[in-house]
Design a protein around this ligand. Structure first.
Ligand code: SF4
Length: 460
């Protein structure tokens, strides 16, 4: 049904006029329910027509009654458990899917390599020039000047542009976690910005005017500063990459992994490289070490197929994990984001079975986190992945205005995931990412502070 037709149908069937905002809300809910559940808009209107409350209401109440009925259809599980405050339902204006979006390719090939003047003679600039001898290059004074001068938009997000820079900001910073949630005192190592993979839930989609991938050429500067940084901390800590890019996606070119492994091998820290790739050749050339953790994000293969583009399959990730373990590195796994669907239990139980069929526990740690994101992220992801239904799940706005599954659903997911993991593995610490005290209560080891979570993961 076209927009005009839908509006006219609502107005004719229910004999009232919709203002702009009211129509936007009804249109969005109708679209989300119909795409997710495969129900036509005409059928939805028929369902509304048989609601006596709507028939009996008049004036403004007519709109509220229709909205309430649609909220029930849009959030069927939550409505059975609790009353939904309409303010927690995020109903932005529906936008058309983006056309001519740059899509990522399995074999990453840059369209252009930009090199900041200060990184002109760096090993990284030379590596990229040698690896892609036919790719045009351009020198820049500073990447940000270039980005500001040239107009980019959301459809350029995955443009295969590479920016080789001398990083000036801090390489390492504490993970901010999220307001009123229990953190884990993790330190984020900033190994670039932008990712050659493309996941429908990736929060990098919020950065709508930044194309390509920025890679630092001056890891040595970080290495030189590390001792001073560590003197101030002076206790064992966990440091990890993979926050703003996949740690190994381009490792065959950057060679970051071997530099980092060599640097951290003898340091009193647990250093984690997170990936969805199986790009481990450089790692296999390094001497393993217990404090270096190679970690994989895991999702059921069905979700990988639909929501994670250009990444390694579940089987490839687990096979790569076995190889790095044979090399005596530690392993960890992240079920994050867990995506709820009517058959989520079958999918995730099967994935946990697969993990333990392939690999023997214990691991350094396993984290679990459910799908979450800002309103901006949902809007961007919806325009880029118009076939995806993940943002049409039971996601409501929380106190921090992020979209999350309601607590009863998150608790159900966490308790089941832990139960399935514990059937195989009694010893690996399992923790929650960005969760509150209530959700932690369902864990086999309920913890109440970042300090406790940190000790749980480090002391094991
Ligand atoms: S691998 Fe990570 S950083 Fe890359 S697109 Fe997926 S979620 Fe984003």
């Amino acid at each position: 049904m076209t927009q005009e037709n839908l509006k006219t149908t609502f107005e004719q069937v229910f004999s009232f006029r919709l203002n702009h905002n009211q129509y936007n809300e009804l249109e969005r809910m109708t679209h989300e329910i119909s795409q997710r559940d495969g129900i036509s808009e005409a059928k939805l209107i028929d369902m509304l027509k048989s609601d006596q409350r709507i028939i009996d209401s008049t004036g403004k109440n007519k709109f509220s009654a229709i909205k309430q009925h649609l909220i029930k259809l849009r959030f069927p599980l939550t409505c059975q458990q609790q009353k939904i405050n309409p303010k927690d339902v995020f109903l932005s204006e529906l936008k058309n899917p983006l056309k001519d979006t740059t899509v990522c390719t399995k074999e990453f090939t840059p369209e252009k390599i930009f090199i900041e003047k200060s990184a002109r003679d760096s090993y990284l600039a030379n590596k990229f020039k040698n690896y892609f001898p036919d790719c045009p290059t351009e020198e820049l004074n500073h990447t940000w000047e270039y980005i500001q001068k040239n107009k980019f938009s959301l459809k350029d997000l995955k443009k295969p542009l590479v920016f080789i820079v001398n990083e000036h900001w801090d390489f390492i910073k504490p993970c901010p976690c999220t307001k009123n949630h229990i953190g884990c005192n993790y330190w984020i190592f900033n190994l670039g910005f932008g990712c050659p993979f493309d996941c429908s839930y990736c929060y990098l989609q919020q950065y709508t005017n930044f194309p390509g991938t920025v890679l630092p050429a001056n890891l040595d500067d970080f290495f030189n500063k590390f001792d001073n940084f560590y003197k101030k901390i002076n206790r064992p800590i966990r440091i990890g990459t993979g926050e703003f890019c996949d740690s190994l996606a381009l490792d065959h070119i950057t060679g970051y992994s071997s530099q980092l492994i060599d640097f951290f091998r003898d340091k009193p820290v647990l250093f984690e490289l997170k990936t969805k790739s199986d790009n481990i050749d450089n790692i296999l050339k390094c001497k393993g070490s217990e404090n270096i953790i190679i970690s994989w994000s895991l999702n059921p293969q069905e979700i990988i197929n639909d929501e994670e583009c250009c990444v390694a399959s579940l089987k490839q990730r687990l096979k790569a994990a076995q190889k790095v373990r044979d090399q005596e590195f530690s392993l960890s796994f992240h079920f994050d984001p867990v995506i709820h669907s009517p058959n989520w239990e079958i999918l995730y139980k099967k994935t946990i079975d697969e993990l333990y069929r392939q690999l023997k526990p214990p691991f350094k740690w396993i984290s679990i986190g459910t799908l979450r994101g800002t309103r901006k992220l949902k809007n961007a992801a919806e325009q880029r992945f118009s076939q995806s239904n993940i943002w049409y799940g039971e996601l409501l706005l929380g106190d921090d205005k992020k979209l999350r599954y309601p607590k009863f659903l998150r608790k159900d997911i966490y308790s089941n995931m832990v139960k399935w993991i514990r059937e195989y593995d009694k010893h690996t610490p399992v923790y929650l990412c960005m969760e509150d005290e209530d959700c932690w209560e369902v864990m086999d080891k309920p913890l109440t502070s970042a300090k406790q979570v940190e000790s749980y993961l480090i002391d094991k």
